[in-house]
Design a binder for this molecule. Structure first.
Ligand code: BMA
Length: 827
C-alpha cells in the first residue's frame, strides 16, 4: 500500500513436527496440511475417505522456521517491524530466541517492533504452533456447561478459538483443523514517517461533485510538519497541503472534492468506474505513500417498519436494488492455495449468472483482498458477516478484546470497497437461541455474553469505524434489538429451510412472503467427471462409504433420493443419478427464486445457499469445487436475468408474471404458446406490453378451461417469451401437471456445428420438447455458455463452446460432444 521499505519473508521456510527430528520445506502463505501434502507425507485429504486418516494432524504441535538476512536498505532504518498478516492460530513467535508475538486469533495481523533484536545476518525466526484443539480442551473440561456447537460435537472447542469455524467440519465440508502462516510475512522499515492506514469516506455525492473525507493514521519519529499531496489516476482530484504530525501516532483528516464524478453501480444498473486515490506525505527528506482504489456511490439499507412488518431493502445511489445472488463459503479447506484465477472464475461466474450480491457467510473467513477487488470490478455487492456462526461464544474480557481488535482491523481493511454494503454480526445465533432449545438448556449469562459481543463490541466497532453502512446484528434477524423471538418472515431477513431440512415440497416456497430471502437451498452432486476425481468405480453408489463421507448433511443422500422419487424417478446408473440430482436442485431453487422476485417490492432480495464448495462433495453449491457450473448455476443465469417472465398455475388459471429490474420502462411483446410436447402448436397469445421500471406485474391471465381439447395436461406445456426488436429478453415454460405425471416424447433434434470467432457454436433445433439437455465434451477442457436447457419445438438455440485449446479442430470437438436430456435419464 505504500512506498516504505518492505521485504517479503515468504520464501525459505522449513517446518517440523515438534518431538520429531525431520525438517521439511514449507510454503508461506500456507498451512500444515498443504506442507505435509507437498512433502509426500500425507495423501490428498479430499480423495475417497482420506480425511479420516488426517485427524491426527490437529492434535500435533508444529514449528516453522526461517533464517533470513534483512536487506541493507531495511537494516539501516530507525524503525523495523515484523508483520504477520495472518497466523492460524495459537503460536509463539521468537526472533533470535526472544519471544516477540503470542498469537491467538487468525483473523487479525500480528506485528512486532524488532529494531533492537534484528541482526545484520542470520536471523532465526521461529513460529511454534500449538494445537488449536488441545489448547482449549482442558479449559472447557472444567466448565459446568458447554457452549453449543453445530458440528464439532466430539470436542466442542470451536467457539473458544478465533479461527474459521468450518475447519471443524460443517454440513458441506470435512473436518481439517489447520495450523500455519496462512497469510504473508514481511518486514517493514522507515526512518521518519509511515502511513499505517488510509481510509476514504464519501460524504456527499451528486452528478457535479463528490465530497470525500480522507483519514490517515500516521507514525512519525518526531513532531514535524509534512507536505501532503492527493491525486487520482483520472486526474479529477489535485490537492497540495500541509499537515502537522505528532511524535508517535497521529490521525489526519482532510476533506476534498472530485468534480464530475462517475458513479459506481452494482451490476445491471450501470458501470463500475474506480478511482485510484494516491496520497503522498513528505517530511524530513522522506516520503510515505499510500493509495486506495475506491468507487463513488452511496448505499442505504431501508429496514424501517411498514404495514407488512419490517422492510429489508438496499438502495445504491438512491435506486432500490433487488439483491440477486448466493451465499459464499471459503473456496477451499486450505484457503492459501486459492489462486487469483480461482477467485476470478467464481466471481465472474456469479456475474455471468446475473447475480449482483454475495453474502460472505460467518462460518468461514474474512475474505482475501482479491475477493473484494473482484466484487468491486464486477459490480457484485457484498453482505459481510463477522465470523461467528451457529454457536454461542465466550463473553470474557480477553475474548471480547480479541474480537474488538479483529473487527477493527477488518472494518478498516474493507471499508473503502464500494461493493461492501452491510456488516452483519453473525449467522443464525439469534435464531439458535430462540429456536434450537439453547434458551432452555443454557444459563442466562450466556445470552448476556451474546449481547456484549453482538450488541456491544461489534456494534460499537461498526459505529466508530464505518458509520456509512448498516450493522445488522444477526441473520436471520427481525430487527436491530437482541432477538427475543423466533425469526418472523414478515420482518428483516429470512432463512427458510422448510424445503430440504423440513422435507417440504418445492411449492412451499410460494407460501411464504419474506422481505429478503438470505438463505434457502437444495443439494445436488457434482457432475460425473468431478466425482471421478475423488472416487473410484466401486464408490459410485449413493450409500457407499466414500459417497457418505463426501455428504456431510445427515441423511442428505436419502433426502435427494426422496425428492427425486417425488418429482421424477431414480435413474438406474450413478452417473445419471448425479445429473438428475442437479436438475432437481435447479428446478427447486428456480421455483423459490421466481416467487421471491415476483413478490417485489415486498421482498427485495434472494440469496440462495450456496454459491461454491470448499471440497468436492454433494452440497447445496451451484458451482462445484473444481469450478464446474451445475445445472442450478445455468438456471440462475435465466432466473436472475434483468427481465423475468414467470408463469404460475393457480387452480385452473395461469398468471403470466413479468418482473423487471430495469430502471427504464420497456416496450416489449409477450408471446405465450401452448404446445403439444410432441411438437404441434395448439394455441397462441400475443400482447404488446409496457414494462414499468423496477416492477412486477401480471399482464396476462389464461384459463385452462379455454384450452383446446387436444391439450392433454400431461402432454402439453406453455412456452412464454418476452421480446423486443433487439431480441429475446426472457423465456420460460410451465408444465400443467407435476413433472412426475409428464409423458415426455422421444427427443427429435438435430445439431449443426459452426466455427465462430470465440469458439464453436452448436445450433440445436428440435421438433419436439427436449428438457434439460446436458452437453459435455469429456477430455476437452472448455466451457459451454449454456447447459441443462430446454429445446422448444422449431426454435433454434445457439450454444457456444469455448475450448481452452483455441487450436482444437471442429471435427475433434464434434466427435467428443455428448448429449443427455431428461428423457435419457428417465429411461
Ligand atoms: C444454513 C447455513 C449453514 C448451513 C446451511 C445448510 O443455515 O447458515 O450453517 O451449512 O444452512 O444446512
Amino acid at each position: 500500500m505504500q512506498n516504505i521499505r518492505s521485504q517479503s519473508l515468504n520464501e525459505g521456510w522449513t517446518f517440523h513436527q515438534i518431538g520429531k527430528t525431520e525438517y521439511y520445506p514449507a510454503r508461506v502463505p500456507g498451512c500444515v496440511h498443504l506442507d505435509l501434502l507437498d512433502n509426500g507425507l500425507i495423501d490428498d485429504p479430499f480423495y475417497r475417505e482420506n480425511e479420516k486418516l488426517m485427524q491426527w494432524i490437529e492434535k500435533m504441535y508444529w514449528e516453522y522456521s526461517l533464517e533470513f538476512d534483512p536487506d541493507a536498505d531495511i537494516f539501516e532504518r530507525k524503525n523495523i517491524e515484523l508483520i504477520f498478516d495472518g497466523i492460524d492460530t495459537y503460536a509463539t513467535v521468537l526472533l533470535n530466541d526472544e519471544q516477540v508475538i503470542q498469537a491467538d486469533n487468525m483473523f487479525r495481523p500480528w506485528r512486532a517492533d524488532v529494531r533492537d533484536l534484528i541482526k545484520e545476518k542470520k536471523n532465526q525466526l521461529l513460529v511454534r504452533f500449538r494445537s488449536a484443539v488441545m489448547e482449549i480442551l482442558p479449559r472447557i473440561q472444567q466448565l459446568d456447561y458447554r457452549l453449543p456447537v453445530p458440528f464439532d460435537k466430539q470436542f466442542g472447542t470451536m467457539p473458544y478459538t478465533r479461527k474459521a469455524a468450518y475447519h471443524y467440519e460443517w454440513d458441506w465440508g470435512p473436518r481439517l483443523v489447520t495450523s500455519g502462516l496462512w497469510r504473508p510475512v514481511r518486514l517493514v522499515a522507515w526512518d521518519q514517517i509511515m502511513i499505517r492506514d488510509m481510509s476514504l469516506k464519501v460524504l456527499s455525492l451528486n452528478s457535479k461533485k463528490a465530497k470525500l473525507q480522507l483519514t490517515l493514521e500516521v507514525m512519525a519519529e518526531q513532531k514535524c510538519k509534512a507536505k501532503m499531496k492527493i491525486c487520482d489516476d483520472r486526474g479529477r482530484a489535485k490537492e497540495n497541503t500541509k499537515v502537522g504530525l505528532e511524535e508517535g501516532e497521529s490521525t489526519i483528516q482532510y476533506d476534498f472534492v472530485i468534480s464530475d464524478p462517475e458513479r459506481w453501480w452494482p451490476r445491471g444498473y450501470g458501470e463500475q468506474p474506480m478511482y485510484d486515490i494516491q496520497v503522498e506525505l513528505s517530511a524530513k527528506g522522506e516520503t510515505a505513500a499510500a493509495s486506495r482504489r475506491i468507487g463513488l456511490r452511496t448505499v442505504a439499507l431501508d429496514a424501517e417498519e411498514d404495514d407488512a412488518g419490517r422492510k429489508f431493502s438496499f438502495s445504491v445511489n438512491g435506486v432500490p436494488v433487488y439483491a440477486k445472488g448466493a451465499n459464499w463459503i471459503p473456496a477451499d479447506n486450505f484457503t492459501p492455495r486459492v489462486s487469483a484465477e480461482r477467485y476470478r472464475h467464481l466471481i465472474s461466474s456469479a456475474s455471468d449468472a446475473n447475480m449482483n450480491m454475495l453474502r460472505v457467510w460467518g462460518g468461514g473467513i474474512y475474505e482475501d483482498d482479491i475477493f473484494y477487488e473482484l466484487c468491486d470490478e464486477y459490480g457484485i455487492l457484498v453482505w459481510q458477516d463477522f465470523m461467528f456462526a451457529c454457536a454461542l461464544y465466550p463473553g470474557d474480557d480477553t475474548f471480547l478484546d480479541s474480537v474488538r481488535e479483529e473487527a477493527t482491523y477488518q472494518v478498516r481493511r474493507l471499508r473503502h470497497h464500494p461493493c461492501l454494503v452491510l456488516w452483519c454480526g453473525n449467522n443464525e445465533i439469534g435464531q439458535g437461541w430462540n429456536e434450537w432449545n439453547w434458551k432452555k438448556e443454557l444459563p442466562e449469562d450466556v445470552w448476556s455474553d451474546y449481547g456484549r459481543l453482538f450488541h456491544g463490541v461489534l456494534k460499537d466497532v461498526c459505529a466508530r469505524e464505518d458509520d456509512s453502512r448498516t450493522y445488522w446484528p444477526t441473520s436471520p434477524g427481525n430487527d436491530f434489538e437482541q432477538m427475543k423471538e423466533a425469526q418472523d418472515h414478515s420482518r428483516g431477513d429470512t432463512h427458510y429451510w422448510g424445503v430440504w431440512h423440513g422435507k417440504e415440497p418445492f411449492d412451499k416456497y410460494t407460501e411464504i412472503s419474506p422481505r429478503f430471502m438470505s438463505e434457502y437451498g437444495f443439494q445436488s452432486f457434482p457432475e460425473p467427471n468431478a466425482v471421478n476425481r475423488f472416487a473410484i468405480e466401486e464408490d459410485k453408489e449413493l450409500f457407499s462409504p466414500v459417497m457418505l463421507n463426501h455428504q456431510r448433511c445427515p441423511n442428505g443422500n436419502s433426502l435427494i433420493k426422496t425428492y427425486m422419487e417425488k418429482y421424477y424417478t431414480v435413474p438406474v446408473t450413478f452417473d445419471k443419478f448425479v445429473l438428475m440430482s442437479q436438475i432437481l436442485q435447479a428446478e427447486g431453487i428456480k421455483a423459490g427464486t421466481e416467487h421471491f422476485r415476483r413478490i417485489r417490492p415486498h421482498c427485495m432480495g434472494s440469496l440462495y445457499w450456496q454459491l461454491n464448495d470448499c471440497w468436492p462433495a454433494a452440497s447445496w453449491a451451484s458451482i462445484d469445487y473444481y469450478g464446474n457450473w451445475k445445472a442450478l448455476h445455468y438456471a440462475a443465469k435465466r432466473f436472475y436475468s434483468t427481465f423475468l417472465v414467470s408463469p404460475v398455475l393457480k387452480g385452473s388459471s395461469i398468471d403470466i408474471h413479468i418482473v423487471s429490474d430495469d430502471t427504464n420502462a420497456v416496450k416489449a411483446g409477450l408471446i405465450v404458446r401452448l404446445y403439444s410436447m410432441d411438437g404441434p402448436l395448439l394455441s397462441e397469445w400475443k400482447r404488446k406490453i409496457r414494462i414499468k421500471p423496477l416492477s412486477s406485474d401480471i399482464p396476462l391471465t389464461l384459463e385452462m378451461d379455454d384450452f383446446p381439447e387436444e391439450a392433454r395436461p400431461e402432454e402439453s406445456f406453455l412456452y412464454c417469451a418476452l421480446e423486443t426488436e433487439d431480441g429475446l429478453l426472457a423465456e420460460n415454460m410451465l408444465l400443467c401437471v407435476s413433472p412426475k405425471e409428464v409423458r415426455l416424447p422421444e427427443p427429435r433434434y438435430s445439431i449443426a456445428y459452426e466455427q465462430v470467432e470465440s469458439g464453436i457454436a452448436l445450433n440445436l433445433t428440435s421438433e419436439n420438447l427436449v428438457r434439460h439437455l446436458f452437453l459435455s465434451a469429456p477430455d476437452i477442457p472448455g466451457t459451454f455458455d449454456d447447459n441443462f436447457f430446454d429445446l422448444y419445438p422449431g426454435i433454434t438455440r445457439k450454444v457456444l463452446f469455448q475450448p481452452e485449446d483455441k487450436d482444437l479442430s471442429l471435427s475433434k470437438i464434434e466427435s467428443k460432444v455428448t448429449m443427455l436430456s431428461l428423457h435419457d435419464l428417465l429411461k
